[in-house]
Ligand binder design. Structure first.
Ligand SMILES: Cc1cc2nc3c(=O)[nH]c(=O)nc-3n(C[C@H](O)[C@H](O)[C@H](O)COP(=O)(O)OP(=O)(O)OC[C@H]3O[C@@H](n4cnc5c(N)ncnc54)[C@H](O)[C@@H]3O)c2cc1C
Length: 263
């Protein structure tokens, strides 16, 4: 399929991107790696009048220590998360999950900012960020603000980002001494998750967050079995709601066991 026609603007800086968003208003859509937006455009499920390309903004692709946290620039590609020595040592869950995203071509184009801003309910990184209690930094005309990952995902492809804002950074606390794991169940190795679960065991507290069982990442509250039984996933070609509830329980159990073993 061929997308509808659109104008193209390339932003040279964050400020430039914000100015372009302000100028084009509702017509404008940011594009980073293009691996979620372009498929939607080709299916004509999205038809932005203006694409604001942020992929070449310098200085937004990094993983570094900053004030006790690990700061990840929004344009950091999945493959760079996988390769990051800092993440592998101090927050290995992010590198592990990034390695589970799609295939090698997707990982070389797609960005962490695009994945989080797109908020696909079956994506791997959103649930991971909620499990890690990450902070997401947005920049708009009035400056920067920080949004907790648990408040960021608001519905199917919906986030707390305002239309005039860019996601510029993701901040995670190092998980030194904690156990973390991600278990993804998909039909084939490189497919999207039917159900996935991120688990973090830290200071005696156990957190499990699912992907694929709701319109946003879902935190397991009050024990895995009860939480899985209360889920209301939609049945589709991947399986019925009952199948996904069962899968959620099994996958969460495996993720938690792996995280406990790594703690
Ligand atoms: C074949 C295929 C398989 C895939 N498999 C998986 C998978 O298994 N797991 C998984 O999690 N994902 C998967 N993906 C999605 C992939 O991870 C995408 O790269 C990612 O979801 C979006 O990143 P992007 O940089 O390509 O974003 P884009 O497509 O450029 O943008 C996506 C959305 O985010 C917005 N956006 C982008 N960057 C910003 C920003 N900095 N601030 C504000 N808004 C922004 C855009 O306006 C757009 O609405 C797959 C994609 C493909 C094509």
């Amino acid at each position: 399929m061929i997308p509808a026609g659109f104008e193209y603007e390339r932003a040279a800086s964050v400020e430039d991107a914000l100015a372009l968003l302000a100028r084009h208003g509702d017509e404008a859509k940011l594009i980073a790696g293009g691996h979620s937006l372009l498929p939607l455009m080709k299916l004509r499920l999205a038809s932005p009048g203006v694409l604001v390309d942020i992929a070449r903004i310098p200085g937004l692709g990094y993983v570094r220590e900053d004030g006790g946290a690990i700061a990840i620039g929004a344009l950091t590609r999945h493959c760079d998360l996988v390769e990051s020595d800092l993440l592998r040592r101090r927050c290995p869950l992010v590198a592990q999950v990034a390695a589970e995203v799609g295939d090698i071509q997707v990982r070389h184009r797609g960005t962490i900012g695009g994945s989080l801003a797109h908020a696909d309910p079956n994506a791997d990184l959103p649930a991971t960020m909620v499990a890690l209690d990450a902070e997401l930094v947005a920049q708009g005309p009035g400056g920067r603000r920080t949004i907790a990952a648990r408040d960021f995902f608001q519905g199917f492809l919906q986030t707390a980002l305002r239309p005039d804002e860019l996601l510029v950074e993701v901040r995670v606390a190092p998980t030194d001494g904690a156990g973390t794991a991600y278990v993804k169940f998909s039909r084939r190795r490189q497919d999207w998750a039917i159900v996935g679960a991120a688990a973090v065991v830290r200071n005696g507290a156990e957190t499990v967050v699912w992907t694929g069982v709701g319109s946003t990442p879902v935190r397991a509250e009050g024990g895995i079995e009860a939480a899985a039984a209360a889920l209301e996933p939609s049945g589709d070609l991947s399986g019925s709601a009952a199948y996904k509830r069962h899968l959620a329980m099994v996958i969460a159990g495996r993720a938690l066991a792996a995280a406990r073993g790594a703690a």
